[in-house]
Design a protein. Structure first.
Lengths: 431, 431
C-alpha cells in the first residue's frame, strides 16, 4: 500500500459519540493543515476505549504520514491517548521529572496541591517532544516515527489551538515542503445538481491533466449547487492564476446561473447590486412568512437598501396593506399570477422603493389541491423604471421549512436575475 | 479479533473535510442507534475517494457488526459509496429497471427529463434491499452480509432521516434485544446555562440512585437551555413513568421558564396558545428583519393565527405603516422604549389583531454607541383587551445573525410569558 501525504484527525472522547455533541476541534485543525499544504484524508471520533483507539491509530498510520489526535490526555483512567499511541508504536512510557514539576507548579499557582493522578500527565513516550501547555495541566506530545509525524494535543480548544498553530504547524510546514492547498467555492442557482454537472463537466475534466491540476467536487445544498475547486501548488501565484482561469471558464458556461465565484450568498450578491445602483427594495411575502426579508437583512449594512417588507399572511392584509382587490383573490385565489403581480406592484407603489418582489404560495403540509399542489409558488418582480412587472410560477418539493427556504432564496435570486436582465429559465420553474 | 455489537457511522463527502463544514447527520443517527440499544464505536468523515472509502469500510466491518453510511449516493462521478461497499463485499452491481422508472417519474413531476447520469442511482448491489426515497432521487440501500448489517443512505438530512427512523431502525431493533433507551428533552428559555443548572441540579442528582435511574445532561443552544433526560429500561412503561415524574419535578421548579416538556419550540407552544384562545397575532419587526414572523410561520397551520407582520426597516416605514410619530424617533431614537411601544400599538391598531409584539434594536456589527451598544434590543407586547402594553429592554451578545436569532426567539417567548401572565425577570433583560 502506498503512503499518502495526507493527514488523519482523530478526536478522542466518548462524550462526542452521543447524539448531542460535536467534535469542533477538527475544523481549526483542518484550517492549519491546509495552510501547510496538507489535505485531510479522513477524520474520526473515537471513544475512550483502548482497543478501539489502538485500532484507529494503526489504521491511520498504515496509509498516511500525519496523524493529529486531540483529547484523552487528562489525568484519569479513561484518558488513553498516550497509552494507545505508545503501545501501537512500541515505545516505552516513562515519567518526565521536569514535567511533574511543571504540573505541580501549575497547581501551586491556584493554591492547590497536585493530585497524585496528575502524574499520569507527565508520562512521555520515548523520543517524544513535549508541547508545553500554558493554559492547562495536560501537555501535548509530538512523535516522529518511521517517516510519520504524530501529534497529541489536549481536547479543550483554547489549550489545543496554540499548540496546533505553533509547534505542530512549524513541524508540518517542513513536511509538506513548499506545497500549498488553495481552494475556491462557486455557487450556482437555478439548476439541479445533475444539470449543473452536465454543464460544467466538459470543462472541469480538462483541469485534471493541466499544470497545476485542479480537482472539482460538486455539492447540492438547500438552494445552491456548489462547485469546490482545489489545487496544490508550490507558488501561490500559480494556484491563484489557475483558479482564476477555471472560474472564468465556468462563468462563460454558467452565465447568470453562477451567483458567486467565491462562495457568497444570493442575499450578499443582490445587496451589492442594490447598493451599487443606490436602489431601495421592498418585499411582499405570504407563504415565506418574512424569511426572504430576514435572509436579506442577514447582511451587515442591509439597512442601506432594505426599505420595508409586508408579511401579508391573511387575505385581509393583502388588501389593506398592498391594495390587492378582493375580487381578484376571490376569482384567482391568493396563490395566483394576478395576485402575485398585484402584491409586487402594491409593495412598490406603497413603499416608494425602486424594485419589489412578491411571494405567494402553498408551503404545506396542508392546503394543496389537484391544480395547486403543496410547493406551488407564484413570484413577481416589479421595477419602478422602466415600469414593468415579470412573474414566475415555481414548484418546490419538500417539507414546509424547505419549501419556505427554497422560495425565499429563489425570490431573491429572481430579483438578481431581473437586475442582470437574464433569462428566467430556471429548473425550478413550472412549465 | 472479536466482533462487537456496536455500530460505526461513516459520513461520505469531501466537502465535510474542509474547515467550514460539519457532519451533522451522525447526531440523528446516533439518537436512533441508541434507541435500538446500540452504542457507537466510532464515527468518521471520509472524502470522495474510492481507495479511502474501501479502506474505511474494511476497517469498520473487521471489528463491528453494524455500519451506517450517509452521502455519496448522488448521480455524479464522485459519488462512490455504492461502488466502494459493493467492491469491498465482492457484490456485483446491476441496474434495477423499476428504480430507473421511479427516478424518471420523479423528474417528470417537475416537468424535467431524467439526465442520463441519474441511471447510476439505480445501480443495486446483489442481494441489497432498496430503501425508497420520496424526497429525492437517491434511493438508500441495506445489505445483510456475513452477520453484519450495512445501510447506505443519502446525505441530505430530510432524505436520510425517514430511512434511518423507518426501515433501518426496524432492522436494528432485532439486533439489540430487550433493553430500550428512552429520552425526554426539556426546553428552557430566559435562563443562562449556569442559572438553569442551579435550579435543576438539586432534583436531577436524586434521579441517579432511583430505579430506573435517569441520567441528565444540560446543553446550551441558541435561545434555549435544554435538559436531556435518558433512562435504560426493559419495560417501556417503567421508563415512561419515571420520565413523567422527573418532568413534573422540573415543571415545579422551573415554572414559566420551562417552555416545553418534550422538545417543542417556542413558536410551536405559542401557536398552540393562540389557537386555543382563537386569537390573531401581528408583528412589527425592525432589527430582526422578519425572522420572528418566519419562525412563527414555520409551524404548520400558523395561518390560523398569524394575521400580518410589518417589517419596518426604515424610519419612514415605521411612520407610514405603524404611525410612529417622526418626533418620537427624532427625540428617543429608533431603538428606544417609546418607539417599541408605538410600534406594537400601531401594529395592533392597524391589523385588528388581538396581540402584537414589536422588536427594535441594533443587530450590528455597526451602528452601536456607548449608551446603545450592539445587541441592545427593545421589545413591546400590546394586548387589545385588556388594553395594555408592556416593554422590555434586552441586551444580547454575539454576531449579527446570533443577535437576530436571540431577539426573534425572545420576542415570541415574551408573548408566551404575557399570555401566561408570568414575570418577565429573564436573564437576558438589561437591568
Amino acid at each position: 500500500m502506498t503512503m499518502t501525504s495526507k493527514a488523519v484527525i482523530l478526536a478522542v472522547g466518548s462524550e462526542m459519540l452521543t447524539s448531542t455533541r460535536h467534535d469542533t476541534n477538527s475544523l481549526f485543525i483542518t484550517e492549519v493543515l491546509n495552510q501547510t499544504g496538507l489535505d485531510v484524508a479522513y477524520k474520526a471520533v473515537v471513544g475512550d476505549n483502548l482497543a478501539e483507539l489502538r485500532s484507529q491509530v494503526a489504521h491511520a498510520l498504515s496509509r498516511h504520514r500525519v496523524l493529529i489526535l486531540t483529547g484523552g490526555l487528562g489525568p484519569t483512567d479513561d484518558d488513553l491517548t498516550r497509552d494507545a499511541v505508545a503501545a501501537q508504536l512500541g515505545l516505552p512510557l516513562s515519567e518526565d521529572p521536569a514535567l511533574v514539576d511543571a504540573i505541580r507548579a501549575r497547581f501551586a499557582t491556584r493554591g492547590l496541591p497536585m493530585p497524585e493522578v496528575n502524574r499520569r500527565q507527565a508520562q512521555v513516550p520515548a523520543g517524544a517532544t513535549v508541547l508545553h501547555n500554558p493554559r492547562g495541566s495536560a501537555p501535548g506530545l509530538m512523535i516522529e516515527h518511521e517517516g510519520r509525524v504524530i501529534a497529541m494535543m489536549p481536547g479543550p480548544p483554547r489549550e489545543m489551538q496554540p499548540m496546533m498553530s505553533g509547534p505542530v504547524r512549524e513541524r508540518l510546514l517542513q513536511f509538506a515542503g513548499d506545497v500549498r492547498l488553495m481552494r475556491r467555492t462557486i455557487r450556482i442557482t437555478g439548476r439541479t445538481e445533475s444539470r449543473a454537472e452536465e454543464i460544467v463537466q466538459p470543462v472541469y475534466t480538462t483541469w485534471l491533466t493541466q499544470v497545476p491540476p485542479i480537482e472539482t467536487t460538486i455539492l447540492a445544498t438547500p438552494g445552491y449547487i456548489e462547485l469546490h475547486l482545489s489545487t496544490q501548488v508550490t507558488r501561490e501565484a500559480d494556484g491563484a492564476a489557475a483558479l482564476e482561469s477555471a472560474v472564468a471558464q465556468l462563468a462563460d458556461r454558467l452565465g447568470a446561473d453562477m451567483v458567486s465565484p467565491d462562495g457568497q450568498s444570493v442575499e450578499h450578491v443582490l445587496g451589492e447590486m442594490l447598493r451599487a445602483r443606490g436602489w431601495q427594495i421592498a418585499l411582499a411575502e405570504s407563504c415565506t412568512g418574512g424569511l426572504a426579508t430576514s435572509r436579506l437583512t442577514d447582511v451587515a449594512g442591509s439597512s442601506d437598501y432594505v426599505e420595508r417588507s409586508f408579511v401579508v399572511y391573511s387575505n385581509r392584509a393583502k388588501t389593506e396593506l398592498l391594495g390587492v382587490p378582493p375580487p381578484l383573490i376571490a376569482e384567482h385565489g391568493a396563490v395566483s399570477e394576478p395576485v402575485a403581480r398585484a402584491m409586487a406592484e402594491g409593495a412598490l407603489a406603497r413603499s416608494g422603493a425602486d424594485v419589489a418582489v412578491s411571494i405567494t404560495g402553498i408551503a404545506g403540509p396542508g392546503g394543496g389541491t389537484e391544480t395547486k399542489p403543496v410547493g406551488t409558488v407564484w413570484m413577481a418582480v416589479a421595477l419602478a423604471s422602466p415600469r414593468e412587472t415579470r412573474t414566475l410560477l415555481c414548484r418546490f418539493l419538500g417539507s414546509r421549512e424547505l419549501i419556505k427556504t427554497f422560495a425565499a432564496l429563489a425570490a431573491l435570486d429572481l430579483v438578481r436575475r431581473r437586475l442582470l436582465n437574464a433569462a428566467w429559465d430556471v429548473d425550478w420553474a413550472k412549465r
